[in-house]
Write a protein that binds this ligand. Structure first.
Ligand code: NIG
Ligand code: FE
Length: 407
């Protein structure tokens, strides 16, 4: 018998996402299931009939009736630029006129515009911005996330963004990983070679002392950082114990996928123009592909990632938001919907993409992303009784209740 302080029963489909459940390796569904946790950790998961014989109720145990609905793991968002100040809504008419992401950036918009506003913002304002956006994510069912820097681009203002993200993590949601993205763009007042030098001599050494920054990322793209520059920065970050991630091949094939494999990145994200060879190398090196359907939509990109090849290679496809001033979609239900209706992922691929596979993309899969004894009791009680119905209403957010372990 195990002790429990939370029990959820009357679950029609318990989507465990446990890959070891042979009867249903995709979603690991337990029908008429129950789940119990103690101090935020799952202690029982299985058939409701086994519950009484396995679990001892703690004095203050809360018993939740799921009313015959689907219960699933909380969503994991493995790619966000969550904390920035300012607004770039004025870019929408430009996009509609046919201006490209790069030409908008070159005409005074884009990342550098957000940098101007974010540098000016005091720490407290950035903490509040982060908290507000995180609240919206949690309400929709996101229970773990990644947050990138990249709108400071000086040592001081990158550290300010890290402090903001870390404060949000300490006070509001433990399951946050922080990524240093100094190589997001080159600031307007410095040559690229000199900026890369500053990153290597000052930013990376300073930031690595913080101990709370797990990943290093690069925008590997024509007009931003090319293959060689990206490699130099990521290799340098590795010396300081940061794990590489990469914005790869979004608008052009810059060999970003190949680079991700070479530096053994945890993930490579976007991948719209990646070569077959790049994807094959990623698979061999165990790099997780992260698709960002919100960005494809808001940037009016017609190209699609090579999902057929990813399937053939049996890659663990992840889906994330890429929340940023150019793509303000925070709702994971909409992202899953776009994955199915725009990218033609299967329902199972979409659900795995926003749970266990996105957990893999931020190396959090030992703790979250699926429902198993020993993992965090982070889960969503939905408002439908079969997982197929999670996709039938485009405008719906199917989160009825979110349970988050904050321990
Ligand atoms: O992933 N590509 C670089 N970063 C973001 C966009 C950031 C921005 O436009 O502010 C992305 O799409
Ligand atoms: Fe991004």
């Amino acid at each position: 018998m195990v002790k429990a302080d939370l029990i959820i029963k009357n679950i029609s489909e318990l989507l465990t996402l446990d890959e070891t459940i042979n009867a249903d390796p995709d979603l690991g569904i337990i029908y008429d299931g129950a789940i119990a946790s103690y101090r935020g950790t799952i202690v029982f998961i299985g058939d409701v009939k086994e519950l009484a014989g396995s679990v001892d109720k703690d004095e203050e145990c809360m018993v939740v009736d799921a009313n015959g609905s689907v219960v699933m793991p909380g969503f994991v968002d493995a790619h966000t630029h969550l904390i920035f100040d300012g607004d770039r809504s004025d870019e929408l008419p430009m996009k509609l006129k046919g201006m490209s992401y790069k030409s908008i950036a070159d005409s005074g918009g884009g990342i550098r515009k957000t940098v101007i506003h974010t540098r000016k913002a005091p720490l407290n304002k950035l903490i509040n911005i982060g908290k507000e956006r995180l609240d919206a994510m949690e309400m929709a069912g996101v229970t773990s996330t990644e947050i990138k820097t990249g709108y400071g681009l000086t040592t001081k203002s990158e550290l300010k963004l890290i402090d903001a993200a870390d404060t949000v993590r300490k006070n509001f949601l433990k399951n946050i990983e922080i990524t240093f993205l100094g190589a997001h763009a080159v600031p307007s007042d410095i040559r690229k070679e000199d900026y890369i030098d500053v990153m290597k001599k000052e930013m990376i050494p300073e930031i690595s002392k913080k101990k709370n920054v797990k990943f290093i990322d690069v925008f590997c793209e024509e007009g931003f950082f090319n293959y060689d520059e990206s490699k130099e920065i990521l290799e340098y970050g590795k010396k300081y114990n940061m794990i590489p991630k990469i914005h790869a091949d979004e608008f052009s094939d810059g060999n970003g996928a190949l680079l991700a494999a070479q530096v053994k990145a945890v993930s490579a994200d976007h991948l719209l123009k990646s070569s077959g060879h790049g994807l094959e190398e990623m698979k061999k090196a165990g790099v997780i592909p992260v698709l960002l359907p919100g960005t494809i939509l808001t940037t009016f990109i017609e190209v699609k990632p090579n999902i057929d090849l990813m399937r053939t290679l049996k890659m663990d496809i992840a889906i994330s938001s890429d929340y940023n001033p150019n793509c303000t979609i925070i709702n994971p239900w909409l992202l899953m919907w776009l994955s199915v209706y725009r990218l033609k992922l299967t329902l199972e691929e979409a659900i795995k993409g926003m749970t266990i596979n996105s957990a893999k993309a931020i190396a959090m899969d030992k703790k979250v992303g699926s429902l198993k004894v020993g993992k965090k009791a982070n889960l969503i009680i939905t408002d439908v009784n079969s997982h197929i119905h999670l996709f039938s209403d485009i405008t719906a957010t199917h989160t009825k209740n979110v349970i988050i372990s904050r321990i």
